[in-house]
Structures are given as C-alpha cells and as structure tokens.
Design a binder for this molecule. Structure first.
Ligand code: HEC
Ligand code: HEC
Ligand code: HEC
Length: 234
C-alpha cells in the first residue's frame, strides 16, 4: 500500500505527525479505528451492522485462531484479522481480531472525522451535503480514504477479495488449513451488504449535467454499477 500511496503524493508535503492527503483520494496517515469507529453503520436495524454479525468474517479470529498456537501468527493474522502491522487507534494494538469493516473499506480515522465534523461545521454537515449533493458526498468520502474498488484501491471488488481468498489450488496466497476455493460470484452474493441508499436514489434521477460532471468517476465506481440484490434476504 505505501508504495502506491507515495506515488500519488504531491510534492511530499507530509507535515510531522499531522495528516496529509494524497490527491488520488487515498488518505495518507489514516489509522484504523476498529469496528467501534463505524458505529453509524452498526446500530440496531442497520443493514450493514446486523448482517455483518451473521457473516463468517465477523468472528473468524475467535473461531479459527483464538486459543491456538497460531493466535498471533502473522501468517494467519493477515487473513483472519485486520490491520496487522498497521497503525491502530488505541495503545499497543498489533492487530484487530477478525475481518472487520476496515479490512475492505480502509483505515477509517479520516473518514470518521468527515462524518463527525465535515469542514469543521459540526456533526450534521456531512448529512446536509449528502442530501444536497450525494455525488459530491461520495467523492469526499473517497478523498478521506474510504476504499472503493475501481476508484482508489483495488481495480475490482474481486481483486479486493483475492487479498485473502483464492480460486485455484496452486495459489500461493492461500490458507494452509482448508482446501475450499472461492467461487467469486457466490461469495460476492453471500457477502454483499449494500442496500438502496441516498446515492442509489439520486443515481436513478441523475441529470444529464450531473452525468457529465461525474463522468470521470462514476463509471469506475463498481458499487454503483453492480445491481443491488433484492431487498430482503430469506
Ligand atoms: C490467504 C489468506 C489466509 C491465510 C494466510 C490463512 N487463512 Fe485460514 N482461512 C482463510 C479462508 C478464506 C478460510 C475459509 C475458506 C472458506 O470457507 O471458503 C480459512 C479457513 C481456515 C480454517 C477453517 C478450516 C476448515 O476446516 O474449514 C482454519 C482452522 C484456518 N483457516 C486457520 C488458519 C491458520 C492457523 C492460518 C495460519 C497458519 C491461516 N488460517 C492462514 C484464509 C486464510
Ligand atoms: C470483505 C470485505 C468487506 C467487509 C469486511 C465489509 N465490507 Fe462493506 N462493502 C464491501 C464491498 C465489496 C462493497 C460494495 C462494493 C464497493 O463498495 O466497492 C461494500 C459496500 C458497503 C457499503 C455501501 C452500502 C450501500 O448500500 O451502498 C457500506 C455502507 C458498507 N459496505 C459498510 C460496511 C461496514 C459498516 C462494515 C463492517 C461492519 C463493512 N462494510 C464490512 C466489502 C466489505
Ligand atoms: C482480510 C481478509 C479477507 C478479505 C479481504 C476478504 N475475506 Fe472473505 N473470508 C476471510 C476469511 C478469513 C474467511 C473465513 C471465515 C471462517 O470461516 O472462519 C472468509 C470467508 C468468506 C466467506 C464465507 C465462505 C464460506 O465458506 O461460507 C465469504 C462468502 C467471503 N469470505 C466473501 C468475501 C468477499 C466477497 C470478499 C471481497 C469483497 C472477501 N470475502 C474479502 C478473509 C477475507
């Protein structure tokens, strides 16, 4: 990641101990907050949070590593945990157990600040922007380091999954404890936790002018270009 990030850095203006932003939208210096930092999404009745608890990602460290000789083995933590070897909020943490939100969505500190105090205008400022201009709101999220396949992280969602999954038996990046292969289509369906939100609604009635304005970005945003699954799971 750091190689990629530095490539985008403009003029190397990393001020000491402060956060600097890369122009590409990858947030340099963002740190991992853990799922507790994603609490807006984790509340009762909230789609992502409720569904997440049912997914195997949410307890894979407890289930597979905890209490075993491999509980802190880096070779296992890179897939069964989050942010191993990265900067994590809170003293002395070496990793966050399980595949947490930030394993796919990126380190959340800058993104969290944006939600809490966009442009220093308080906690409702981001919501106001989302209402007024959902696409601009989407863009400032990318800029704060929210990783979205196609835009600022992996080229495709599949590539994002392949960090920890494999499709062939001879893949070197695979788990030594299982022979199961990923069937990407099936796995994506199982793991898809999108629902219809402000952006999807706005997208449907996007003006020609807006289409033009966002032409450089929107077609690359894979999340917006993959049909949503039907409303309720069975
Ligand atoms: C490249 C990522 C990756 C690495 C490295 C990795 N795992 Fe896994 N592991 C997985 C995935 C993904 C699964 C689940 C596969 C599935 O169910 O389709 C899994 C499954 C397991 C299982 C369940 C196996 C079963 O019976 O179904 C155990 C136990 C496990 N891993 C332990 C470990 C240990 C211990 C290490 C380190 C020595 C390790 N893993 C390293 C990704 C990884
Ligand atoms: C295994 C990877 C992974 C994990 C873990 C994960 N997500 Fe996602 N998330 C995705 C992908 C992939 C998408 C859709 C495509 C994209 O954004 O690139 C997505 C989409 C979303 C969206 C957009 C939803 C919409 O309706 O448009 C939200 C919000 C979200 N995730 C929140 C979370 C939260 C909160 C967590 C932790 C509880 C989480 N995600 C964990 C991969 C992940
Ligand atoms: C940080 C590593 C990591 C990433 C990234 C990741 N996964 Fe996983 N995934 C795992 C591990 C570890 C397991 C095994 C959970 C268990 O059984 O303990 C798993 C299990 C799963 C399962 C359950 C498989 C089963 O046998 O039922 C699905 C579905 C899945 N992942 C989908 C995805 C998708 C889709 C993506 C990409 C958007 C993704 N994962 C990205 C680590 C990851």
């Amino acid at each position: 990641m750091s190689g990629k990030v530095s490539k985008y850095l403009f003029g190397g203006v990393v001020s000491l101990g402060l956060f600097a932003f890369a122009l590409s939208g990858v947030s340099v210096g963002a740190i991992y907050t853990g799922n507790s930092g994603c609490k807006c999404h984790m509340g009762k009745g909230c789609f992502e949070g409720e569904e997440y608890k049912e997914r195997l990602h949410s307890n894979t460290w407890e289930k597979r590593l905890k209490g075993t000789p491999d509980s802190e083995n880096p070779d296992c933590l890179k897939c069964h945990a989050t942010a191993y070897g990265e900067k994590i909020e809170g003293a002395g943490l070496k990793y966050l157990p399980n595949v947490q939100c930030e394993a796919c969505h990126g380190a959340g500190s800058e993104y969290k600040k944006l939600k809490e105090n966009f442009e220093g205008k308080g906690k409702d400022a981001f919501k106001a922007l989302l209402k007024k201009d959902p696409f601009e709101a989407r863009k400032v999220q990318y800029d704060a380091g929210l990783i979205v396949a196609g835009i600022n992280g992996p080229a495709t969602v599949k590539e994002q999954c392949m960090k920890c999954h494999w499709e062939t038996k001879d893949d070197k990046n695979r788990c030594p404890k299982t022979d199961k292969l990923m069937d990407y289509k099936e796995f994506f369906k199982k793991d898809d936790h999108r629902d219809e939100d402000e952006l999807d609604v706005a997208l449907k009635k996007m003006s020609a002018e807006d289409k033009k304005k966002w032409a450089a970005i929107l077609p690359k945003d894979e999340i917006l270009n993959t049909p949503l699954k039907p409303k309720k799971k069975d």
